[in-house]
Design a protein around this ligand. Structure first.
Ligand SMILES: CC(C)(COP(=O)(O)OP(=O)(O)OC[C@H]1O[C@@H](n2cnc3c(N)ncnc32)[C@H](O)[C@@H]1OP(=O)(O)O)[C@@H](O)C(=O)NCCC(=O)NCCS
Length: 199
């Protein structure tokens, strides 16, 4: 499978936002996100991200077509509810990078592209002077009725990448789930990796 993974910045991000929105709606429709996405929500959410200084969009290309993407930007540019769990704990968020979504079409999974997404986002974080990176994953009960029988959590992958779940470090993000009439807040668990050799 010849997939090229490239880090997009600046105006290149704006040009890829429609593709990213379509990927998010398709991939996050599945468990555990169950996202009933729409373009208006996407336009608002993604415009905030795209305006952030030092943002990166790591895109996986099959030829000209974007088949997967991952985002990152400094935590200082994130909304207050994303930053506040760190600030309330006295954790220094000034040199922290926030990793947004990783979304890859199912046909392309299992070939190391998820690792490439982390490599490229971590490279951007380090290049921008960050000494830590975090992301947040939705919290679902193990017996959630929509959980597929063959669902494999990504926790072990994230641990192998050097990230640790920080108990109690939780934020909320609202979206409309399939079967819901309106958006509702979902609890999101933070995972964190610090670089010991950071300057
Ligand atoms: C997260 C995601 C981008 C990873 O993509 P990927 O290219 O398949 O990942 P990789 O091939 O690099 O493999 C990464 C890890 O995923 C796991 N994995 C890979 N293929 C898998 C499969 N078919 N089934 C279950 N787990 C799998 C493995 O544990 C692997 O870790 P390892 O290489 O240390 O063994 C992709 O699974 C995805 O889009 N998932 C849905 C959206 C999501 O939940 N995103 C994360 C939160 S935003």
């Amino acid at each position: 499978m010849a997939i090229a993974v490239r880090a997009l910045t600046g105006d290149e991000i704006a040009a890829a936002l429609d593709d990213l929105a379509a990927l998010r709606i398709e991939v996050f429709a599945a468990y555990p996100y169950l996202y009933d996405g729409d373009r208006a929500y996407e336009a608002q959410y993604l415009s905030e991200y795209a305006q952030a200084e030092d943002a990166v969009l790591v895109a996986a290309f099959d030829g000209e077509r974007i088949v997967g993407a991952a985002t990152a930007a400094p935590m200082r540019h994130q909304k207050a509810e994303f930053r506040s769990p760190f600030e309330h704990r006295g954790l220094d968020a000034t040199r922290l990078f926030y990793f947004g979504e990783s979304v890859l079409l199912p046909a392309y999974r299992g070939h190391g592209i998820g690792h490439s997404f982390f490599d490229a986002r971590e490279a951007q974080a380090r290049a921008c002077g960050a000494n830590a990176a975090c992301f947040a994953a939705v919290i679902r009960p193990d017996d959630h009725p929509a959980r597929p029988a063959d669902y494999t959590p990504l926790d072990a992958f994230w641990q192998r990448r050097g990230y640790a779940l920080i108990p109690g470090l939780v934020t909320e993000l609202a979206w409309k789930e399939h079967g819901e009439a309106h958006e509702s807040p979902k609890s999101m668990q933070y995972w964190l990796r610090e670089w010991k050799n950071a300057a």
